[in-house]
Design a binder for this molecule. Structure first.
Ligand SMILES: N[C@@H](CCC(=O)N[C@@H](CS)C(=O)NCC(=O)O)C(=O)O
Length: 215
């Protein structure tokens, strides 16, 4: 497997999707990926060959095709090691993976998966509303947990005092919160303060132009 600086990079994305985080991280690494649209709900047979799981983001680095956010952010970090996009030292890197797995598995998979794709949890349509209600509570519990962690922390970012891929992933869920009619700014002030700082970053401004339907 060769994931080396200088390799050509492609990112399959969908507007409004979590691929926003990968796009931000790529720009933070100083890379200009080839962007390929794979719109959720309209994914093609051709895309199925790229990722049989039928999900974005997908990152290609040379011949290597990488899926799953923690793996993708690891690959992006390796493409520009000087940026230390998973943290400045081992302790921070460990914390980055702790965050990424939580965000990916619990907030994304259980929370937003249940809210927007209840059919993945139970086939019986009469139970979908109950799944969605529980998922909404999971989302709120996660946001409260994130807010608590950030407000207790003495650091400026989610991991340490510099930007990491975790900040990029947190941006996705901050914006999705509004789509789910959760008042992120009022209910989770520490999370919102981080998000508002991140919204000023050049990478976030640029990536938002592509992921226009975020909020
Ligand atoms: N575990 C995957 C989840 C990726 C995922 O669910 N992506 C969504 C967009 S945010 C998707 O492609 N959905 C397509 C669909 O549900 O049909 C990851 O971390 O990358």
């Amino acid at each position: 497997m060769a994931i080396a600086p200088g390799s050509p990079v492609k990112l399959w994305y969908s507007p409004g999707a979590c691929s926003f985080a990968a796009h931000i991280a790529l720009l933070e690494a100083g890379l200009q990926p080839e962007l390929i649209l794979a719109q959720t709900g309209k994914m093609t047979e051709e895309f199925a060959h790229v990722n049989p799981k039928m999900r974005v983001p997908v990152l290609a680095v040379g011949d290597e095709v990488i899926t799953e956010m923690p793996a993708i952010l690891t690959a992006i970090s390796a493409l520009n090691p000087t940026r230390q996009l998973l943290g400045q030292n081992t302790a921070e890197i460990v914390r980055s993976y702790e965050w990424l797995n939580y965000l990916s598995g619990t907030l994304h998979g259980q929370g937003y998966g249940g809210l927007w794709r209840p059919e993945r949890f139970v086939s019986d349509e009469s139970l979908h509303a109950a799944v969605q209600e529980r998922a909404r509570q999971t989302i709120k519990d996660c946001c409260a947990f994130i807010d608590g962690k950030l407000s207790e922390s003495k650091s400026t970012n989610s991991v340490g005092d510099s930007f990491t891929g975790v900040d990029a992933f947190l941006m996705v869920f901050y914006m999705w919160g509004f789509r789910a009619n959760i008042n992120m700014d009022t209910d989770y002030p520490a999370y919102a303060a981080l998000a508002h700082r991140l919204l000023q970053r050049e990478s976030v401004i640029e990536a938002r132009k592509v992921h226009v339907h975020m909020c």
